[in-house]
Ligand binder design. Structure first.
Ligand SMILES: [Zn+2]
Length: 342
């Protein structure tokens, strides 16, 4: 019996195939296949996976960059072929790896010349998949935290993922979404008889330290059944939420809250029970729905009922006290006058 164990390797190879023939090959990774003694040895480590993807991308994108340069080998406004001009390099950032692409420039006798670049061709040198990750994380956590998370995910510190770039991506995506949401026409797909609404507001510090803080409002709308479900299963209440700064006189938040309520099934026959802290801006949002539903029952939330009660109690006490003092001074004066006459 032959007990000799044969050596086995695994190769990850990328090949360039033209007209069915392999014209170039490159080994991306070569490993000896061994039984994993611990779970750590099973498959490639996180960094190895990132490196493999990055190396494959490097080969693939270089070929695509050539195709882009080839586009300018002939220019529609020029007679005949253009000549090759200088080579230049440009940065490109895909979801998990960064690349420096070599691009061929072209020029013509007439003076026309072109230095193609990823940014010039596509308007950005960051792949939208990465922008999506930056925008999603940037909207959910601090930008520095998002930078750290993306760094862990791609196993390296990448300049494209620094917090300033994440802030830019988040703001750009946010303003585009805002424009889309403002144009969105929402129709209620169901007729919900009763909806609950909760509005709250607060002051947000402006990132520009010279500017004053600004007021922002957030409003949530949910069905009675969603509330019951959340109690039964101990899960958050399923709802639709609208939020906006109100430096526009409430125009955006009013549009968003109307869409939000329609998404929860608000129609002309819906009765709404609204809770808020009693601030005028909060009630204004609630009032903006009055023309679109059957009725709204407005309730001051319990915390603010208590606060108003305490304020009223103090006020009544102070009035009574001042009346008593006033009364005792009056009585004293009458007694003094009587004494002076006697
Ligand atoms: Zn020309």
């Amino acid at each position: 019996m032959n007990l000799e164990i044969s050596k086995m390797n695994l190769e990850i190879v990328v090949g360039k195939v033209e007209d069915g023939k392999v014209v170039a090959e490159k080994i991306i990774k070569e490993v000896e296949v061994k039984m994993a003694t611990t779970i750590l040895d099973l498959g490639f480590r996180h960094k190895e996976q990132i490196d493999i993807i990055g190396s494959i991308q490097e080969e693939y994108i270089a070929l695509q960059a050539n195709k882009l340069s080839e586009k300018y080998a002939k220019w529609e406004k020029c007679v005949g072929k253009t000549r090759k001009d200088s080579m230049h390099y440009g940065d490109y950032h895909s979801s998990l790896s960064d690349h420096k692409l070599k691009m061929q420039g072209h020029a013509c006798r007439c003076g026309w010349h072109k230095k193609p670049s990823i940014h010039g061709e596509y308007g950005t040198n960051v792949h939208p998949d990465l922008i999506k990750m930056q925008g999603t994380l940037g909207a959910k956590m601090h930008y520095k935290e998002a930078e750290e998370t993306l760094g862990k995910f791609s196993y390296q510190k990448r300049s494209v993922n620094n917090h300033v770039k994440i802030a830019e991506a988040t703001n750009t995506v946010g303003s585009i979404l805002n424009k889309i949401k403002l144009k969105e026409e929402v129709r209620a797909n169901e007729d919900t008889g009763h909806l609950y609404m909760q509005v709250d507001g607060g002051h947000v510090k402006d990132k520009d330290k010279k500017k004053r803080s600004f007021e922002a409002l957030i409003a949530g709308v949910f069905k009675e059944s969603s509330y019951r479900e959340s109690i039964k299963k101990n899960i958050p209440i399923s709802n639709h939420v609208a939020a906006s700064a109100i430096n526009d006189g409430g125009e955006i938040i009013n549009k968003f809250i109307l869409d939000t309520a329609k998404k929860e099934g608000m129609t002309k026959s819906t009765e709404i029970t609204a809770f808020c802290d009693g601030a005028t801006n909060c009630w204004n949002i609630v009032n903006s729905l009055e023309a679109h539903c059957k009725s709204i029952t407005k309730i001051l939330d319990w915390y603010h009922i208590r606060q108003s009660y305490d304020r009223a109690k103090i006020c009544v006490y102070q009035t009574m006290l001042s009346n008593l003092i006033h009364l005792s001074i009056k009585c004293g004066m009458v007694k003094l006058r009587k004494l002076s006459r006697s």
